[in-house]
Design a protein around this ligand. Structure first.
Ligand code: NAD
Ligand code: MG
Length: 321
């Protein structure tokens, strides 16, 4: 199904859902059960080489491709999203375009096929889509990325620092110095470099969003280095909100719980843990990226103008902010 056909089908479905709702008595609204709304464990065993591709996941994650419906909440806005090819970044990119924003996405060259799908989905909304591949571990690249996004979008007023690396390791001694550096460069340094480069371009009313994690609150033993970086992101949001408030720039975080994205089967979890991923949350399953799309939209939009220095969670019921 093409992106446009998918949208039409989604709207048609929404129309029939609306009709069903109209027929139902007020005491019987059309509800969807959050436990069974999306695939439940056990998930098929699977393993991918890092950084992983959406196209190789089973079941395929839902980023809102056929379901997210916008309503002009980000009309004319200009967003740069790192990790915009897949997972939470893709869900935000699709939602932003459907809310009326132009969107630049950054990703790794190995993810070009995933990125092309996102570019097509943004363009299907009649919005400008800019593909800016490259490795965020390089400070000069981060600065160039922001400059390229500003030039291509004609400015910038939403920065989503979302890309990250997560590799599960049984013991601290299994984390090589190079891997530790890799994780910190990707998850912490890039957030710093990108924010620093973006700030001169951000006008009052602009927003920065950092993807942190449930692990910033309860770090698991197999994600020592990664959890540190997610705590750093949460802390960055808190300090920078104090610094940026007087400039009229808001900064907030999103804390996902276990979400069905390529990061997990490409080393983020041990392969034997994938089938039961998310099963220990009260909702009993992994979340889907689309279930966080609304948070990224809300945090970027003017309707949320008094929220800064906050972290909004979607974790399935246990832990988080
Ligand atoms: P994902 O694999 O879809 O996205 C991560 C992206 O990071 C990749 O697509 C890749 O483009 C990018 N990336 C990694 N290293 C990079 C580098 N050196 N240079 C440029 N880009 C690089 O996975 P996701 O789960 O959607 O991850 C998005 C965010 O969500 C991350 O910040 C992650 O920490 C956070 N998160 C995920 C979960 C989860 O369960 N999936 C839970 C909590 C937080
Ligand atoms: Mg990816």
């Amino acid at each position: 199904m093409t992106a446009l056909a998918g949208r039409a089908a989604a709207q048609e479905k929404t129309g029939s859902q609306a009709a069903a709702t109209a027929q139902a008595s007020p005491a019987e609204p059309a509800l969807s059960d959050p436990r069974s709304k999306y695939p439940q464990p056990p998930y098929p065993e699977q393993r991918q080489d890092w950084p992983g591709l959406v196209s190789k996941m089973d079941p395929r994650p839902d980023h809102g491709e056929e379901s997210y419906i916008g309503s002009g909440r980000l009309a004319g806005r200009r967003a740069l999203i790192t990790g915009g090819d897949s997972g939470m970044g893709r869900a935000a990119a699709i939602a932003y375009a459907r809310e009326g924003a132009d969107v630049a996405i950054n990703y790794l060259p190995q993810e070009e096929s995933d990125a092309r799908e996102v570019i097509a989905l943004i363009e299907a909304e009649g919005r400008k889509a800019v593909a800016l591949p490259g490795d965020l571990r390089d400070a000069a690249f981060c600065r160039q990325l922001v400059e390229d996004a500003v030039r291509e979008l004609g400015g910038l007023d939403i920065l989503v620092s979302n890309a990250a690396r997560q590799q599960a390791k049984k013991s601290l001694s299994d984390i090589s110095d190079d891997e530790f550096d890799w994780t910190l460069k990707t998850n912490v340094y890039a957030m710093f470099w990108l924010t620093k480069a973006a700030l001169p371009h951000l006008q009052p009313g602009s927003t920065i969003i950092v993807t942190t994690s449930v692990v910033a609150y309860d770090p698991p033993e197999m994600l020592v280095d990664y959890a540190m970086t997610k705590a750093a992101g949460r802390n960055f949001v808190k300090s920078m909100a104090k610094q940026l408030g007087s400039q009229g720039i808001r900064i907030n975080g999103v804390a996902p719980g276990p979400i069905w994205t390529p990061l997990q089967p490409s080393g983020g979890q041990f392969p034997e843990d994938i089938p039961q991923f998310g099963s220990d949350q009260p909702l009993g399953r992994a979340g889907q990226p689309v279930e966080l799309a609304g948070i990224y939209v809300l945090l970027a939009s003017d309707e949320n103008s008094y929220a800064t220095g906050q972290v909004y969670g979607a974790v399935g019921g246990s832990g988080g902010p």
